[in-house]
Structures are given as structure tokens and as C-alpha cells.
Design a protein around this ligand. Sequence first.
Ligand code: EPU
Length: 340
Amino acid sequence: MQLQKNISLKKFNSFGIDCIARDFVIFKSNNELIEIAESFQNSILDSHFILGGGSNILFTSKKIDCIVLKNELCGIQLLRENEEAFFVAVAAGENWHQFVLTCIENGWAGVENLSLIPGNVGASPIQNIGAYGVEIKDVIESVEAYHIADKCFQTFSAAELDFDYRDSIFKSRWKNQFIISKVIFRLNKVPNFKISYGSIDAELEKMGIQTLSIRAISDAVIRIRSSKLPNPALIGNAGSFFKNPSILKQDFDQLKIQFPEIIGYTNKNGSIKIAAGWLIEKAGWKGFREGDAGCHANQALVLVNYGNATGSEIFTLSEKIIESIHKEFGILLEREVNIY
Ligand code: EPU
């Protein structure tokens, strides 16, 4: 463990924003985390920033004037199994997609629809990552996290974490209080295939798949995502920049009169979740570029950095989009990406 000064975070965030960390330290074990928490106690308590895979963050200032803690805890361990499931502990610094591939290799079912999501395992419960009809909350048994003020590790069952659409207690009541160290997953022995979302079934047919398997679903999801979403290694981005907003059924019905092609899905509580990508495209932003900040040409929900955009340029573009969607449809978009 070594404290470094004035480190550029450009290669540590998928938007590729150049931002300087005043203090920067990597921890690779629970002991190192405890050591940091004790030695830098005051600065951590005052102000700190936990960096995982850096795939859901937009840095808007040139410098982060606090300590940045980079979580590189590693390890995947099969803890136990019962008749239905395997219980697997995964350290927070593991790469999410590599973990999904390990599941496919071992026949652990449940996360195949979440293939190719960028970022690390530790961030997955914070925003309840989701895609193609599956959310991480469906497979989380518990989460282990270090409480910074109390200096101890605690374990929480999924039920305690207030999971919701792209949301959890770590984003609200417990914000900045914990450092997630481990996620324990409950993965099925017999897969429960979900192929009706986002044209997975059509993709499987194109691939000529006769017998369903978690590997086939993972491959189909990888093909769909690669065709629509920009690869952060080539074009800076953080996946969906906005959440899909939910509105009242009566408001949706009104909009539908004016825009018959509007896309909405009924939530369990009867409200309607609107495809924000459709709204943004309809408002004319898809493929828009101003300097190096842009709205992706294949998926309007994704904002991109073509090279040297600053975080505040991307943020300004997001403001303009929010304003324009509000004006055109009366809907207020919320950012999904964390702004720092
Ligand atoms: N659409 C458009 N124009 C666009 C983008 C989308 O008309 O530019 C339409 C599509 O044709 C489709 C609908 O909107 O009918 C939904 O699009 P898509 O299936 O691409 O999914 P999404 O709602 O835009 C969500 C998640 C993604 C996840 C996909 C697949 C959110 C904020 N985003 O996107 O998650 O991969 O579903 O399940 O919920 C992420 O969170 O970073 C992310 C990429």
C-alpha cells in the first residue's frame, strides 16, 4: 500500500476524463483497507472517493481534492451449495464480465443476461445493475462492506439493501459510509432462461442455436451489446447516462396520442417506464456531437467522449438534453451516472 500524489485518473474511468487525484492509494486486501482507514482516518472521514472500475462516473472537475481509494480486492470462491444453488463469494475489485465468464465456465446460472456490463463486482449492488430482464438483486444473497466510521466489516442480506431500479441503500441513506468488500451470489444449478427481453430470442435464432444454454445466452447478449453500445476502450462512455423515467399511466396515454410510436413498459405498480433512448432520439440528439462530447449514434441513452472532452462538457450536453426532453415531452430525465 502506497500513497501517491497528483495521479491522473484518465485511465481509471471509462469516460476517459482527465482528472487529477490529490491523494491516491490502492488496496488489495481487507487488511490494507483497515490499515488505510486507520492511518488516513481523518481525511477519509472528511472526504474520500472510492474508485472501482470507474465505469459509472463522470468527473466534472479538473482535480479531486481528497483521497481516492482504489478497490483492487480480488478472489472468487465457491462457499457452499445446496440442492438448488451455488453460493459464491466475489471480492469487490473483480471485473464484472470476467466473473460472468467464470460463472458460464462453471455452470453457475443467473448472471448470463448481464454479460459485458463494464465495471467491477463491488459497484454492482450500489446501482443494482441490470440488463435484458435481470437485475443483480435477483442473485445477491448478501453483501459484505467495511463501515468507515465504525472501522468494522458488516454483512447485509439482500433484503436489507432497499434494492430498486438502478438504486440501493448505498446510493441513499448509507452513501459514502461503506466500502463494499465482497458480494455473495446465489447462482442456480438449473438455469431459468430469460430470452424475451431486448430481442435475445431473435439473436439466438440468428446464431442458429437449437439448444438453450447459459453460454448461448451470454454470447447472444454480447453480440447485441457490441452492436449497439460503444466499447469504452475505443470511445469513452459510461453506458446509459440517464435512467428510463417512469410516469403515470394517464400521462403516458396523453403522450401516446401525440406520439403513437412512444415506447413504454408497464411497471408492477401500474406506472409506465419510458425508453429514454427513444425520447432522446425523437428530440433529435442521437448522433449529435459538439467538440468531443456526443450522443452515441446507435444508442441515444449513451453519452460519449470522442477523445478530449472534459467532464463539464459532457455534463453540459446532458443538461441540454434534459432541458430539451422536458420541453418536448414534459418528462424530467434523471442521470444514472454518478457525477463527481
Ligand atoms: N431506443 C430508441 N432509440 C435509441 C435507444 C433505444 O428508440 O437511441 C428504443 C429501442 O428501440 C427499444 C427501447 O428504446 O425499443 C429500449 O432500448 P434498449 O433495449 O437498447 O434498452 P434501454 O432501455 O435503452 C436499458 C438499460 C441498459 C441495458 C438495456 C438492455 C437503463 C438506463 N438502461 O437500456 O443498461 O443494457 O436496457 O436491457 O435501464 C446501463 O445501465 O448502463 C445499460 C446499458
